[in-house]
Design a protein around this ligand. Structure first.
Ligand SMILES: C[S@@+](CC[C@H](N)C(=O)[O-])C[C@H]1O[C@@H](n2cnc3c(N)ncnc32)[C@H](O)[C@@H]1O
Length: 397
């Protein structure tokens, strides 16, 4: 513990590299520092905000010598808005940091020898985000994202990562908020842009959770703002191609399936598919999306993954299983259920390298081989990254 009187003290440190969570690593006086909004190679003066045993969380008060990969963040809200924490890096450095973050998690958490080359598919650097969650402070008429580390609303009039349609929607929602004509006063709204319109949930002012459509490759998906759909639509076709590779066969399962992003292409490659998702409205849309595509070989199940796996014991051999859980990863009971089914191949799609690594270790301990790891930069200007890991059951090699 640092004595209280020293907490306000500043330290000059070198940022060694970026860690999972996007923070910079530095060392001083026997302490390991996690420095926010840093660039690897920076020499900075930092202030310690919080300590925890030998670790401390710190903020930059002065850049003494900028890293060669540091750039001027273009957003006027950078540092205050909690949204983007990688704008201080060149895009190339962002991609490199994300690959390092994945390697670090696989090595440290999963004890996997460092994979030699993890490919990362880049994205359009700005204006890629087709889905957002905006915070509203109705009494103060503020609209935007939470300020870094707080639940105060950072009022943003501009957001450079939004697709142009959502940037326009931000302006219109702000107008409704200022006019005070809205009947409901939600504390936050989910917004999503499709090919044919904008969906906002809950309804706010003139906006409603209307059904929108999005075409990805040869498939069309309908959905509304109150359910999950991926943020970066341009990368979805390569993401699906990476997750499915050349798999084909008789029977496959899609877990945490949402409105069927992977279920539809899987239904074209397998004789029979089970698609499992807990959100009842999402499975309604999955059924509708399959029906409109003329795909009748899918059983859509509205249930939690773990209870479904517990009750289902298919007799057929399982050729392929895809799982795409939320950030927390896959529950123990779900992993046990997957292992009991012994799928020949597994594709794990993840938005958190740490929980992915934790879960991969369990598959590898049960005789799965990690075939490949590929990254997709679904969230430029932030430390977040999407990863696809593919595994094969050893017994089937
Ligand atoms: C990361 S999203 C992936 C959705 C879909 N695969 C896609 O790419 O559009 C995770 C999904 O899992 C669902 N979910 C979360 N926990 C679940 C659980 N325990 N059982 C089943 N579905 C769950 C969420 O509703 C969400 O639709």
């Amino acid at each position: 513990m640092i004595p209280a009187e020293q907490v306000e003290q500043t330290y000059e440190v070198d940022i060694e590299r970026l860690l999972p969570g996007g923070v910079g690593l530095a060392h001083v006086d026997g302490l390991t520092l996690f420095v926010s909004l840093a660039a690897p190679g920076d020499r900075v003066r930092v202030r310690i905000d919080r300590t925890q045993n030998k670790a401390a969380f710190a903020s930059i008060v002065e850049i003494l010598k900028p890293s060669p990969v540091r750039v001027e963040p273009p957003c006027p809200y950078f540092g205050r808005c909690g949204g983007c924490d990688f704008q201080q890096l060149t895009y190339k450095a962002q991609l490199e940091a994300k690959v390092e973050i994945i390697r670090d998690c696989l090595h440290r958490i999963a004890k996997i020898p460092l994979p030699r080359n993890i490919r990362i598919t880049p994205s359009q650097e700005w204006r890629y985000r087709s889905r957002a969650n905006w915070q509203i402070d109705n009494p103060a008429k503020l609209l935007g994202y939470f300020e870094r580390g707080t639940n105060r609303v950072c009022d943003v009039e501009y957001c450079g990562v939004l697709v142009p349609e959502l940037e326009k929607t931000l302006e219109q929602v702000r107008h409704e908020l200022k006019a005070g004509t809205a009947v409901t006063h939600p504390r936050d709204v989910d917004v999503v842009a499709g090919d044919d319109g904008i969906s906002v949930a809950p309804a706010f002012g003139g906006f409603t959770p209307e059904v929108i459509r999005k075409r990805i490759g040869r498939e069309t998906y309908s959905f509304t703002a109150d359910m999950f759909f991926q943020v970066n639509h341009e990368l979805l076709e390569p993401l699906i191609n990476e997750a499915l590779g050349s798999v084909r066969g008789q029977f496959a399962i899609d877990l945490y399936a949402g409105v069927g992003l992977f279920t539809l292409p899987m239904a074209r490659r397998f004789a029979r598919v089970s698609s499992v998702e807990a959100h009842p409205r999402a499975t309604e849309f999955a059924k509708q999306n399959l029906a409109l595509a003329g795909l009748r070989n899918v059983e859509v199940v509205t249930l939690g993954v773990a209870p479904w796996l517990k009750q289902s014991r298919p007799f057929e051999p399982l050729d392929f299983l895809l799982l795409d859980p939320p950030r927390v990863g896959c529950e123990n009971a779900a992993i046990a259920g997957i292992l009991a089914l012994r799928p020949r191949r597994i594709a794990y799609v993840s938005c958190d390298p740490a929980t992915l690594a934790r879960d991969l270790r369990k598959f590898i301990d049960d005789d799965y081989i990690l075939d490949s790891v590929a990254a997709f930069d679904m969230f430029p200007q932030t430390h977040h990254v999407e990863t696809v890991a593919r595994l094969t059951a050893m017994r089937h090699l």
